[in-house]
Unconditional design. Structure first.
Length: 51
């Protein structure tokens, strides 16, 4: 079994926090850009408060 420290990491494009590889992302890890569904949805929203 791998230790969490040995797994690959990335930085979320929306919030800037680091996140680690998950088994559900095994097939498309290269395309993963966001740490969560919430960050993915927030990045698609138009800018709030822009005048």
């Amino acid at each position: 079994m791998r230790k969490k420290a040995d797994l690959p990491t990335k930085v979320c494009a929306a919030c800037g926090r680091p996140f680690v590889w998950r088994k559900k992302w095994a097939r498309d890890w290269e395309q993963v850009r966001y740490c969560s569904e919430r960050c993915r949805r927030e990045s698609k929203r138009p800018g709030r408060g822009a005048s």
